[in-house]
Design a protein around this ligand. Sequence first.
Ligand code: TYD
Ligand code: ZN
Length: 406
Amino acid sequence: MESACRICGGVVKESIDLGRQPRGNGFLLPQDIENEFFFRLAIGMCDSCTMTQLMEDVPQEIRYHDAYPYHASGSAVHRKHFEQNARYFLEHELTGPDPFIAEIGSNDGVMLATIAKAGVRHLGIEPSAEVAEMSRAKGVRVLPEFFDETTAAKILDEHGPADVVFGANCIAHIAHLASVVRGVELLLAPNGVFVFEEPYFGTVVGKTAFDMIYDEHTFYLAVRSVQAMAERYGLELFDAEPLALHGGTMRYTIGRPGMRTPAPAVAEFLAQERERGLGEHAALQGLAAAMDKVRTDLKDLLVRLRAEGAKVVGYGAPAKAATVTNYCDIGPDLIPFIIDSTPSKQGRLVAGSHIPVLAPEEFGKADPDYAVLFAWNHAEEIMANEKVFHARGGRWILYVPDVHIV
Ligand code: TYD
Ligand code: ZN
């Protein structure tokens, strides 16, 4: 299968087919099983610009509905990170007489709340009503729309150029990313920067983190593909900084050509990516083989534990859990429920695999022998919160980068 690259129009060759999959965040009620939405989840790489991307898209109106359940404030580590981000911008970028910052996909206002408190002009662009409302309660100004060229022109008209355009865990979600970048180019002040943080393709390959692949992740960004994208739309990549967030994130800084000196990290990562072959189709073929092994090992382990009479539950119901359970064919017969702290997920079922999601209180009550850590990117925080489980002899099952027990 082939499709047209959403960024450069080149040829995207399919490399990995995860089959019929639901929406990662499609947590559903039992009565909605009949009408559940499925699509073919497959990714490929562009022959020209090396951007790795989904072969088929789920329309964005189906993904970011009013009750979009992902809350960026759901983790203390993330709250702290975004507050630090805001402080960094206040100190380094928003220092002019009347600075302005726009955030694409501002979610529940986790970053902009600090900006609002500092009294700096800002605008969150967030189409999901519920999280937009949560940010308004924090004093954050929100435009409830999808960001694109047209929205950018409107914002420019109303607020003037932006010193910073920020985006976290949303830029790679946007199928019309080309229009977003054109919009940013329109909106940026002469020395303004577009800063975005997204899961790194190098991590997906390096850690066999195939659970990062789901409907919302249209793109799997790398330094090389981001640099090519910036150039194509009249911008320049100035910096690339790795972050531990979401298991392995890269933070990119882009701006108008020649306005800043690119950090040495850009050339360093480009060289590293070349060495790892991340811009080659073979990288995806390697990932396909490695994820196949994880599927076999995880399923075998769960089947064996069930035969031994061990009690196994899941912990953390990120969107990633939908990919893993559906790809590995794991249902409530192997994992009767998954614990998650997000109230809007509790009482619902993981999409496709239909494993019920329960509140953290149920974890201690069930006293399981094993817990599969689906929110592995929050391992430190969750294991610290659930020390008692381990102290009582409970063990965590992890499947990144391979299946192991701790
Ligand atoms: P996350 O990996 O942040 O999101 P996604 O893969 O969907 O983009 O999701 C982590 C999930 O784990 C989220 O639903 C909240 C849950 N969680 C807990 O249940 N307990 C915790 O202590 C933490 C940190 C997260
Ligand atoms: Zn391309």
